[in-house]
Design a protein around this ligand. Structure first.
Ligand SMILES: [Zn+2]
Ligand SMILES: [Zn+2]
Ligand SMILES: [Zn+2]
Length: 362
């Protein structure tokens, strides 16, 4: 039997993908592992086996959230009003510390599923054991610990809590983790670019001299970090007013771009290049525009606490000039810096993670 199949569309897609500037990291996507599939389904853990990175929860280098499937309230009641259910956790918060301290035995599950729908179990209101899928609400102590979206200082904190979105949260902290959630990369693949997108995007980037239309960074030496953004969100609309060349960082900060992430390495490179090209932050608005999203919540806290406008990206040099280290944020006068990665000890500097910054200066 002869099988005839037309693969031309497939090859068009392949050609298009390799020609188009990437919106996500193919290297990270290729590193998919059985654990990514397991985490999508949910994996039972003991609290003491959880890793904590910058105050966030992690398993094998992946960001996760933690929930408790077994409910106190009837499961059908929780399903109808999720605020009656047990909260899920996204940070190493006070509640988790309490639970650890009490050595309470419960079933804890970690997942990096972004849907916000959890399998829960318990009795229903007729007293019969049942398993259901339900939305759950995020833990307020977690938001408090991270000052997520300025939760601690914002008058709309209950709105921040109610409208919490897991994908947006994970995107905020993507540079803290070596691996990205599987379903985050998959969302980036399901796009609708036109067939000639590779040519269109190349022309736009060439025409602007490989300069970001957001921060003004020249990326002619690092062209893969310059994307072309569809302003109205329609990837079929390639009219010139709808296309905007943006560096990977300015791009991911656009509305509705929570599928987009940037690796630590690329973010640090963009930060270094901006400094080399004298793209500096003169006020708090510019600081928040240029800084890595992972430090944004700590910066909002610093601003609230009356800190001066900091340097975004700064190369620390030890007194003996032997050790150098790039930090995300630095207050030179105070000798205080925020770093997303583990920092070496520098005699006259205090270098802390974003979560520790919020704790130390609360
Ligand atoms: Zn919590
Ligand atoms: Zn930019
Ligand atoms: Zn875009």
């Amino acid at each position: 039997m002869e099988i005839r199949a037309d693969f031309s569309e497939l090859w068009n897609q392949v050609k298009r993908l390799s020609a188009a500037p990437v919106e996500f990291d193919w290297v990270a996507a290729a590193q998919l592992d059985p654990i990514d599939i397991e985490l999508l389904e949910g994996r039972e853990v003991r609290l003491e086996d959880l890793d904590v990175i910058n105050g966030l929860l992690s398993v094998d280098g992946r960001q996760v959230l933690l929930y408790i499937p077994d409910q106190f309230s009837p499961v059908d009641v929780v399903q109808a009003s999720p605020d009656k259910g047990k909260r899920f956790h996204v940070a190493d918060c006070k509640t988790l510390a309490d639970m650890r301290g009490k050595g309470r035995f419960e079933r804890y599950v970690v997942t990096n599923n972004l849907t916000g729908i959890f399998p829960i179990s318990g009795k229903n209101s007729r007293g019969i054991s049942e398993e259901l899928d339900s939305r759950l609400m995020v833990c307020k102590n977690c938001l408090d610990k991270l000052n997520y979206q300025n939760y601690c200082h914002d008058s709309t904190r209950s709105h921040i809590w109610q409208s919490f979105e897991i994908a947006c949260f994970f995107e905020t902290y993507s540079t803290s983790f070596p691996y990205l959630p599987r379903n985050l990369t998959q969302r980036a693949i399901g796009n609708d670019y036109t067939r000639d997108w590779g040519d269109v995007s190349t022309n736009v980037r060439r025409h602007c001299g490989f300069k970001c239309d957001g921060c003004g960074l020249n990326l002619s030496e690092h062209r893969h970090l310059l994307h072309v953004h569809h302003v109205n969100g329609l990837k079929q609309d390639n009219s010139s007013v709808n296309l905007r060349p943006l560096c990977a960082d300015c791009h991911r900060k656009q509305p509705l771009h929570d599928h987009m992430f940037i690796s630590m390495k690329d973010m640090q490179l963009l930060t270094r290049l901006r400094r080399q090209q004298s793209i500096l932050a003169g006020d708090w608005t510019q600081v928040l525009e240029l800084a890595d999203l992972s430090v944004r919540d700590a910066l909002m806290h610093a601003k609230h606490r009356g800190f001066e406008v900091p340097e975004v990206g700064y190369g620390l040099v030890s007194q003996d000039r032997v050790t150098t280290f790039d930090v995300e944020i630095a207050w030179k006068q105070r000798r205080v810096a925020i770093s997303v990665t583990d920092a070496p000890v520098m005699a006259d500097w205090t270098i802390v993670s974003p979560a520790d910054f919020i704790r130390n200066y609360s």
